[in-house]
Design a protein around this ligand. Structure first.
Ligand SMILES: [Zn+2]
Length: 465
């Protein structure tokens, strides 16, 4: 069995910061030993990685990505190959992507389609959630089978009427099913019916620029949908995970539910923490780069999101990575913001941006690792295989240089998209080396991985229940 020792670094997990050497054997963490002790120095190894002056972190877990996702007549620009490679560059060693049920078809067919897209192409490990577009007797029964085989979470939409939208009755049925089979319902919580009325009115009045995307998707309509989702989950006796929370009042709804002891969880994304409606209002058609749903909010919301992450009103930061090129894709919405494909690139920069939040004093180091690695792994049934550095865990390890300076740019990023939402932003901290199950994927800032190394991860159920 091949043995690797990582020595001299500060091992940071969600619970500890320890100066320890890490022994990896056959793709898993075999042992930790205090740096400089006889125990640590006696380890023989085929490979030694000097981590002096760096953090040794569990690989990031991005629980919300959309590689090659069809949307509005086009496809998200990253394939599983390019997207997982970019993830690795940024210290993310697990993604959970969304397989989609097509209206009128089975869950199985959707899942098979996504397996075919990902199989043999990923640089790092991956799992799937299932998007439920068509809740009916047979898809409800299929949910049980999917949970049993490791697809344990189901996304429903209160937004996008005519596409992914489910009405309250369908949502309630899916939640009732989940309460019986151990599945976790993930909710896109925006009142899509009301939003569509406002979209129609805005366009009729000639308000067609990207900024109006943010205008019509009101804070009140995110908060209302979040409240409704919580109440439906409560009636069904089911847990609820609200995806991409962007509005302060939606955080309040989740906090209130948690205060009542309900199993309600919240996720936010870097774009809501670092960007705002100021970006949507950038001159020309530049704002289209920042069109995603839920939308970016006025700056004041950011402090509420940071607070929510600190005090565990929000548990997870994912990216909702869903990149569309500015040229040819975002441009489809010139003269009509409702035709701009919804989504932004981000899978590569989540760990770095959240480290910047540590530098800026928004988060502690351990909380950084918790919201980016450990909590998503627990939430989606992957812990402690993923999300921590402990004996028995997969050796998904990031050697992170906390003092390195970098400038984020489309010129240097590895995502297959022609712009960066963070163009020109200086951040402190950078990934140096990444191991996936003990195998180097990034080595001293060079990509040494390959498509097909990443394997499919059947998942357990939510570990917070
Ligand atoms: Zn999404």
């Amino acid at each position: 069995m091949s043995r690797t020792v990582i020595h001299g670094g500060l091992v940071v997990t969600a619970s500890d910061e320890i100066h320890a050497d890490v022994l990896i054997e056959g793709g898993r963490i075999a042992a930790l030993a205090a740096h400089g002790t006889d125990a640590a120095t006696s380890w023989s190894a085929d490979r030694r990685i000097d981590a002096t002056g760096t953090y040794v972190l569990p690989g990031g877990v991005d629980a919300h990505t959309h590689m090659e996702m069809p949307f509005g007549g086009t496809y998200a620009a990253d394939t599983f190959e390019t997207g997982t490679r970019a993830a690795a560059w940024g210290g993310t060693t697990t993604i959970v992507d969304f397989a989609i049920q097509t209206m009128g078809r089975s869950l199985r067919e959707g899942l098979d389609t996504w397996h075919a897209k990902a199989d043999g192409r990923c640089a790092v490990d991956y799992g799937f959630h299932m998007i439920l577009s068509d809740v009916n007797e047979s898809s409800l029964k299929e949910m049980d089978r999917l949970v049993a085989e490791g697809v344990t979470s189901f996304k429903l939409f209160m937004a996008y009427p005519g596409v992914f939208y489910s009405d309250d009755g369908r949502i309630l049925r899916a939640m009732q099913r989940a309460s019986g089979n151990g599945g976790l319902v993930m909710m896109h919580a925006e009142n899509g019916i009301a939003i569509d009325v406002l979209v129609e009115q805005a366009l009729a009045e000639g308000r067609t620029d990207p900024r109006y995307h943010g205008d019509v998707r009101k804070v009140a309509l995110e908060a209302e949908a979040t409240h409704r989702a919580v109440q439906l989950a409560r009636v069904a006796g089911a847990p609820l995970y609200v995806v991409h929370v962007s509005a302060d009042e939606a955080v309040d709804e989740i906090a209130a539910a948690r205060h009542k002891g309900l199993p309600v969880f919240g996720e936010t994304c870097p774009q809501y923490l670092f960007l705002s409606t100021d970006n949507l209002a950038e001159p020309g058609f530049e704002g289209a780069k920042y069109v995603c749903s839920t939308p970016l909010r006025p700056r004041e919301h950011q402090e509420v999101l940071w607070r929510g992450l600190r005090n565990n009103e929000l548990q997870v930061v994912s990216t909702d990575h869903c990149p569309f090129c500015f040229s040819g894709q975002k441009e489809m919405g010139r003269g009509d913001f409702s035709k701009i494909p919804n989504g932004m690139p981000g899978v590569e920069h989540r760990m770095d941006l959240l480290h910047q939040a540590v530098v800026d004093g928004h988060l502690s180091r351990r909380r950084w690792v918790e919201i980016a690695c450990a909590s998503p792994a627990r939430m989606f049934g992957l812990y402690p295989k993923k999300g921590t550095i402990a004996p028995g865990a997969d050796a998904d390890v990031v050697i992170y240089d906390p003092g390195a300076e970098q400038t984020i740019s489309a010129e240097t990023h590895h995502m297959a998209v022609d712009y960066s939402a963070y163009e020109g932003r200086r951040v402190t901290g950078q990934v140096r080396t990444v191991l996936s199950r003990g195998v180097p994927v990034i080595e001293d800032r060079a990509y040494v991985g390959h498509a097909g190394h990443g394997t499919y991860l059947p998942r357990g159920t939510c570990q917070y229940l």
